[in-house]
Ligand binder design. Structure first.
Ligand code: CA
Ligand code: CA
Length: 585
């Protein structure tokens, strides 16, 4: 009895000192920390390693000379029977890693040992409708909170120390097809989110909430005709009026989902969000440009006002869902600094825009054999080749199925969700892309709440025999592809560039790879035992550079990939976090 009491009291003392220690080192995350995230190497407090999303680290302890010695120091399993696709980018603050996993789970892990500190599982209702696997792309940190979105379209804020919920808000009706998979964005004390659900005829929107309380500040629908709100009051109809670029009532179920989240540029004080496909996919049912679908929107973070827009695929007929991230960068031309931003669209074109006003600077295809457009005009609008738009079912004898076309790229995109990186040293964008096309046809369809609203059928097929995936180093000033790394399987994970002249990326074959940023030469590879479809991070801990990536095969390809899905059907699922560093010399 005495022994047990003693053990208990020793245990309590230990627990007390650990808690005290954590309280001392655990600083709150501020707006300044987030704005400066790209420069502060000791932490990663935002998705994209900085709200501009450059995914560039100034760290160079790990470099082209020594990366071959990079070694795993721990692996943490998400456990359970719930594997499926793991697309999360972890965050790191004060020696703690916050990482989300499939089925709306989140874990806090000790960065030095991989030991779990806490785990939170969102209790998901039956009947959630994620289109493209039960994935999650990451969390946000603010104050003493960890905030993430769940598959039933809720936003949950947890106490960063304990994992206990502090607030929870509903962003959309999951029974109508809304869900959340993107990492929330923090800007000026607000947590900013988009919504998923473009395949169900939802209405896309961007919303800002007080990050500390979850209270709604503003809401901005992304389909022309819907009312916006600021502090509980009406704040103007998106686009000014209903139905200008839509026929009849089609704008009421117009899609334009903001499912990938966004970036924030403090320099011009604008949020940049992409919008997805207009609904339904069958474009013959909705003549017009269908604003603001398949666009980039610049939004005032204080009011939710749309400051400018750039539509990449007006009257989209291929699910060229232009949500892709818009990443700020500056370059010099004739001695003048150009405030630019770049985006690699699902439609296969790479665009450089003036980020102050959305003006088109230049654009070029970044996938081979692109056929649905002959090019871009001087404003960046595609010059359609109507021979590659799927036909109208109304023109068919039985009215059941329009003409099938083989268009390149496929609807899964020249580039899908997987984020590119920009190196401040090489001036290159590293774009994870895929070379594939699709047979696509249209069918009649009517809107029904909670049902798929496509009006299209499709089969994805490779374009080349030996590869689908293609990491391309693109010079945004000349438009030239400086180098290309061809990958057998389609790429589905993000990229990280570092001052060590390295580019890190995972592939579905399971490898974390490091390449020479200037040449593309593969200098390191390590197999994690399951496919990688997530984005790597790096940071410095007690003077040593760490690299982390989440592993776990899944995502949209096995579900939607047609003939491509057959090629990858033997890849094994998983769910783990791998952390690496150089051995101590
Ligand atoms: Ca940082
Ligand atoms: Ca879509």
């Amino acid at each position: 009895m005495k022994m047990r009491l003693l053990a208990k009291s020793v245990g309590m003392t230990a627990a007390f000192s650990v808690a005290l220690c954590a309280a001392q080192v655990h600083a709150k995350v501020t707006d300044k920390d987030i704005v400066n995230d790209a420069k502060t190497v000791e932490d990663v407090v935002s998705n994209g390693l900085g709200p501009q999303g450059q995914r560039y680290s100034p760290l160079k302890q790990v470099n082209t000379k020594n990366v071959k010695s990079l070694s795993p120091i721990w692996s943490f399993s998400f456990g359970g029977e719930k594997q499926r696709g793991q697309e999360s980018q972890p965050l790191v603050k004060d020696g703690v890693m916050y990482v989300t996993a499939s089925y709306s789970r989140i874990f806090a892990v000790d960065v030095k040992t991989g030991e779990e500190l806490w785990q939170y599982d969102a209790r998901l209702p039956d009947g959630i409708m994620p289109c493209c696997d039960v994935i999650n792309r990451g969390a946000a940190l603010y104050d003493d909170l960890v905030i993430f979105g769940t598959l039933d379209a809720k936003l949950v804020a947890l106490d960063a120390k304990t994992g206990k919920p502090r607030w929870r808000k509903t962003v959309g009706d999951y029974q109508a097809g809304y869900s959340l998979t993107a990492a929330p964005l923090i800007a000026k004390g607000k947590v900013i989110t988009g919504v998923s659900g473009g395949e169900f005829g939802i209405v896309g929107k961007v919303e800002a909430r007080d990050a500390k309380t979850g209270e709604l500040v503003w809401s901005r629908p992304t389909v022309e005709g819907h009312m916006g709100y600021l502090n509980g009051k009406e704040n103007g109809i998106t686009g000014g009026e209903a139905g200008k670029t839509w026929p009849g009532d089609m704008w009421k179920t117009g899609g334009a989902a903001t499912w990938l989240g966004g970036t924030y540029d403090p320099d011009v004080d604008l949020l940049f969000f992409g919008t997805g496909n207009p609904a339904p996919w069958n474009s013959h049912l909705r003549p017009g440009d269908n604003l603001y679908s398949a666009s980039r929107l610049a939004i005032d973070p204080d009011t939710g006002k749309i400051v400018w827009h750039f539509q990449t695929t007006p009257h989209d007929g291929w699910d060229f869902d232009g949500v892709n991230e818009l990443v700020s960068f500056d370059y010099k031309e004739k001695g003048k600094t150009i405030k630019a931003a770049a985006t690699a669209d699902r439609n296969g074109f790479f665009y450089v825009l003036d980020r102050t006003n959305g003006d088109f600077i230049r654009g070029m295809p970044f996938v081979k054999k692109l056929n649905w457009a002959k090019g871009l005009d001087e404003k960046g609008r595609p010059l359609y080749d109507e021979a590659f738009r799927p036909g109208n079912p109304a023109d068919a004898k039985d009215g059941a199925k329009g003409k099938t076309v083989f268009s390149i790229p496929s609807f899964l995109g020249g580039k899908n969700w997987m984020p590119m990186a920009y190196s401040q040293d090489t001036g290159l964008f590293y774009v994870p892309s895929n070379e594939w096309g699709m047979d696509i046809w249209n069918e009649p369809v009517n809107y029904k709440k909670g049902a798929a609203y496509l009006g299209s059928g499709f089969t994805i097929k490779p374009v080349f025999d030996d590869h689908i995936g293609s990491l391309k180093a693109i010079n945004p000033v000349t438009g030239k592809v400086e180098w290309e790394y061809k990958n057998t399987a389609p790429l589905w994970g993000g990229v990280l560039a570092t001052a060590g002249n390295l580019v890190f990326m995972g592939n579905p074959e399971g490898y974390l790879m490091a390449m020479n940023a200037k040449t593309g030469e593969v200098l390191y590879k390590f197999n994690t035992g399951t496919g990688i479809v997530s984005s790597p991070i790096t940071w410095e801990q007690d003077g040593e550079q760490y690299v982390t990536i989440v592993a776990g095969w899944g995502g949209a390809i096995p579900l939607w990939g047609g003939e491509v899905a057959k090629l990858v059907k033997d890849f094994n699922q998983g769910g783990s976090v791998w952390t690496f560093k150089l051995p101590k010399s």
